[in-house]
Write a protein that binds this ligand. Structure first.
Ligand SMILES: *Cc1c(COP(=O)(O)O)cnc(C)c1O
Length: 390
């Protein structure tokens, strides 16, 4: 049985170091923040290439804290994509703001920048003929204040921040990079997490850099944002714990996770190299076997973190057939994502309809993901692709 994500092989590789590091935290009695967290933050900031890293309790909290730091609240609109994990849009709703969806491109699975420009114009004119908008009462829609963009680096490939940052700046919007799936990726030698004003990532166990529980981090260069985010992380604290200067949350990373993450960072570069090997192996095998799927294409000067290896089948029937063949061979597959966010019940209040985001809807019916992790052997890649043949 080939695992979809193999955390056991990774643990076997670093078991003595990880266990010793966890035990050291237990013996230290310093469980929340403290020196292990500070050391991790320094290493992460260094790795990503930003001045400040603020670790936090999850990738979702990272997004919520980023929006809080930018003062986003009720009556504000934030643009994001509907073809992503729930949290990207949920964070916007959590702070009381309104997600305004922008479709993705089929090739990269990431935000369509031309659609972003149309969405900004449509909202400014409250004119849904330019681009689909939430079907809110007219006064409410007209009162929405566009504040920012959350772009997502889906499956590990960074979005087009050169274009997104330019469009956002021209319209007075901030940009948050949802790098939950792209830690370790880069674009033109700049690392994921550093590509917008605020970068947010997740250390959920299955992410490229995962801990043994929930965790996340925020990356910024601005010192004032750093101070605000550290305050938000601990109930909006001021000079000390019992002075509160703003609303915040319990958003801290614990020291056990920080210790685990440092041991995983020690082998992360090697794991990233192996993810490149696996992706290249899939691309070569899919092509040589003539498998009728579209393999992911990575643009020049980009390195994906390969959180997922997602292929696109001809249609929904073909996808089901591939999944059945793989399943019969004991090979797990997943569908990320079977439903676009504008079609989720949780966002029904926005009034979006099927047809509003044709590319995202089409992808939900055709994509599926193959096992992807650094410990997948070349022979296993060949075996997986062979099992896809009719
Ligand atoms: C996983 C994920 C998140 C949320 O991270 P958690 O740590 O699970 O809260 C946010 N956005 C995307 C795109 C994700 O894949």
């Amino acid at each position: 049985m080939i695992p979809f994500i193999d955390l056991q092989s990774q643990f076997a590789r670093i078991q003595p170091e990880v266990e010793a590091a966890m035990l050291a935290v237990v013996r230290s009695g310093q469980f929340i923040l403290g020196p292990e967290v500070a050391k991790l933050e320094e290493r992460l900031a260094d790795y990503v290439g930003v001045k400040h890293c603020i670790s936090c309790a999850s990738g979702t909290d990272a997004l919520v804290m980023a929006l809080m730091a930018k003062g986003v609240g009720p009556g504000d609109a934030v643009f994001t994509v509907p073809f992503t994990f729930m949290a990207s849009a949920e964070a916007i709703a959590t702070v009381g703001a309104t997600p305004v969806f922008v479709d993705v491109e089929a090739g990269s699975f990431n935000m369509d920048v031309a659609a972003l420009e149309r969405a900004i114009e449509a909202l400014a004119k409250a004119d849904a003929s330019i681009h689909p908008l939430p079907r809110l009462p007219e006064a409410e829609l007209k009162a929405l204040k566009p504040k920012g963009v959350i772009a997502v680096d889906l499956f590990g490939l960074t979005a087009d921040y050169a274009a997104i940052n330019t469009i956002a700046a021209a319209n007075g919007l901030f940009v948050i990079e949802d790098a939950a799936q792209s830690f370790g990726a880069s674009a033109n030698n700049a690392r994921a997490g550093s590509l917008a004003e605020i970068g947010c990532t997740s250390f959920f166990p299955a992410k490229p850099l995962g801990c043994y529980g929930d965790g996340g981090a925020i990356f910024v260069n601005d010192s004032e944002l750093d101070t605000i985010l550290r305050s938000i992380r601990v109930h909006g604290q001021g000079e000390d714990k019992y002075e509160n200067v703003r609303m915040g949350i319990t958003g801290r990373l614990d020291a056990v996770q920080a210790a685990v993450l440092q041991k995983k960072l020690d082998i992360f570069d090697d794991e990233m190299d192996n993810r490149q090997r696996v992706a290249a192996g899939y691309a070569a095998a899919l092509a040589s076997e003539g498998i009728d799927v579209v393999a992911p294409a990575i643009p020049a000067h980009h390195i994906s973190a390969w959180a997922q290896y997602t292929v696109t089948a001809r249609d929904a029937v073909a996808r089901t057939e591939f999944q059945q063949r793989l399943n019969a061979a004991g090979i797990p597959t997943m569908i990320y994502y079977p439903k676009a966010l504008h079609q989720q019940k949780a966002f029904a209040n926005l009034g979006y309809q099927t047809g509003d985001f044709a590319v995202s809807e089409d992808l939900t019916s055709r994509v599926f993901s193959l096992p992807m992790h650094p410990y997948l052997a070349d022979e296993q890649i060949v075996e997986i692709v062979a099992a896809m043949k009719a």
